[in-house]
Design a protein around this ligand. Structure first.
Ligand SMILES: [Zn+2]
Length: 173
């Protein structure tokens, strides 16, 4: 993805509340390998259940604050698919995160958009994993590029859905 500046990342979280809340960037921000990642995600060091997800959406940095929900005991021993990288992993390797909906309307702020996401925010490792390809399969680099473009598209869709959820859910759209 396009390298983002600290100010871009700090200023792009659409669902901060209060909106003046400070976004703490990860300690490794300056070492980010932008060419390798399709989204930037990190945990809040002072509140481990809080995470940030940021990507370049239509040329603009856009991000959300996520809250990790406790893992459901009902899912134990089941495999779960991450909504962003679409890899199926063990139940504890994928978690439900929710993004409180961005709204100036107090009542609407109580609602949230959910996402099943790799618990360690490490979709990047999955999409770069060398695929086992047969003689009739596309070359590995092509498979990886297809995974990455899917990951980028789904991340952008999710990020767009947080501030515009009421619009996106209107029937017929
Ligand atoms: Zn994933």
């Amino acid at each position: 993805m396009r390298p983002l500046t600290r100010d871009e990342v700090r200023g792009c979280i659409v669902n901060l509340y209060p909106t003046t809340a400070k976004v703490r960037l990860p300690a490794w921000f300056d070492d980010t390998r932008w060419d390798r990642i399709d989204y930037l995600a990190w945990r809040d060091t002072r509140a481990q259940q809080r995470a940030y997800l940021v990507a370049d959406v239509d040329g603009e940095a856009q991000g959300v604050l996520l809250r990790q929900n406790p893992n459901q005991a009902a899912l134990a021993s089941r495999a779960v698919m991450c909504d962003l990288c679409r890899f199926t992993r063990r139940f504890n390797e994928v978690s439900l995160f929710t993004a409180p909906r961005a709204s100036t309307d107090k009542r609407r702020r109580l609602s949230a958009v959910g996402l099943l996401l790799c618990t360690d925010l490490d979709c990047v490792r999955n999409v770069h994993r060398t695929p086992t390809t047969g003689p009739h399969d596309p070359p590995a680099e092509q498979v990886i590029e297809a995974r990455r473009s899917g990951l980028r598209a789904r991340t952008a869709d999710f990020l767009r859905s947080v501030p515009d959820a009421t619009v996106a859910r209107r029937p017929g759209r």
